[in-house]
Ligand binder design. Structure first.
Ligand code: ADP
Ligand code: ADP
Length: 227
């Protein structure tokens, strides 16, 4: 859990200004949706927060501390992408356990087992733990990818269109589950989508991004149900 504040952040790629002087405040425990059309700068914003890109100007604060100069690993963000980036040769169990077994963490195996089972239970994939990642359906693979992000209880979850490769029924099911997991764990989530339905059904607040600028921030009610 953490709050994120962005001040005057700008990012250029050669002649393209992907993000232009944006300010954003995301509260601790909030489900914040960044909504906007393709090319608006949503992915770039997530990558800047994660430390995968460096801003050309501006600062990022986590819980009030300036993390602009920190390496990605020191930011304690977990990323879930549209394409499940699982390790295909590993089992579901080992995929989820992977972040806990990094040389830097050295989590005891008993603790690993406990966390993997907790997360698998939250995501209803306990019966799949022994399977190879390649033997899963698309929806199951995305559950594993979400599980791998959840397992080390990061301060902030960054999700980039995590459901957009799934069919409509699965998308709806996972939307509801993701919301309920987020409420139960109290995590701060920044969720990128171009889908207005997804944004209004999931968000505590929505930030509308267009052409690299924040156009509007508010609750779904404030944005879509004004008189
Ligand atoms: P969105 O996620 O809203 O679709 P992006 O953040 O991916 O938008 O991209 C915003 C703009 O920045 C686009 O014009 C895109 O082509 C450009 N862009 C993003 N990443 C790069 C990059 N690594 N190199 C060059 N241009 C990039
Ligand atoms: P999305 O629309 O979901 O943001 P994109 O297909 O635009 O995804 O971008 C995927 C990746 O490619 C991102 O990491 C982005 O930074 C990079 N990218 C986007 N546009 C460009 C570009 N014009 N040149 C190089 N890399 C780019």
């Amino acid at each position: 859990m953490a709050s994120i504040s962005i001040r005057g952040m700008t990012k250029r790629f050669g002649p393209t200004t992907a993000i232009e002087g944006i300010d954003l405040d995301i509260q601790n425990g909030e489900f914040f949706v960044l909504l906007g059309p393709s090319g608006a700068g949503k992915t770039t914003t997530l990558r800047l927060i994660a430390g995968l890109e460096r801003p050309d100007a501006g600062q990022i604060f986590m819980d009030g501390q300036d993390i602009s100069g920190h390496f990605p690993a020191a930011r304690d963000c977990a990323f879930v992408f549209q394409q499940y980036s699982l390790y295909p040769h590993l089992s579901v169990y080992d995929n989820i356990a992977f972040p806990l077994r990094s040389p830097m963490r050295k989590t005891p195996e008993a603790k690993v087992r406990e966390r993997v089972h907790e997360v698998a239970s939250l995501l209803h994939i306990e019966s799949k733990l022994e399977r190879k990642a390649t033997a899963l359906s698309g929806g199951e693979m995305q559950r594993v990818a979400i599980g791998r992000a959840l397992v080390r209880s990061p301060k902030v979850f960054l999700m980039d269109e995590p459901l957009s490769s799934l069919d409509a029924r699965l998308r709806e099911e996972l939307r509801v589950e993701l919301r309920s997991i987020q409420k139960r764990t109290g995590s701060t989530v920044i969720y990128v989508t171009h889908d207005q339905v997804e944004a209004t059904t999931m968000a505590d607040r929505i930030g509308i991004l267009e052409k690299g600028k924040v156009q509007q921030v508010g609750t779904p009610m404030e944005i879509y149900e004004q008189p």
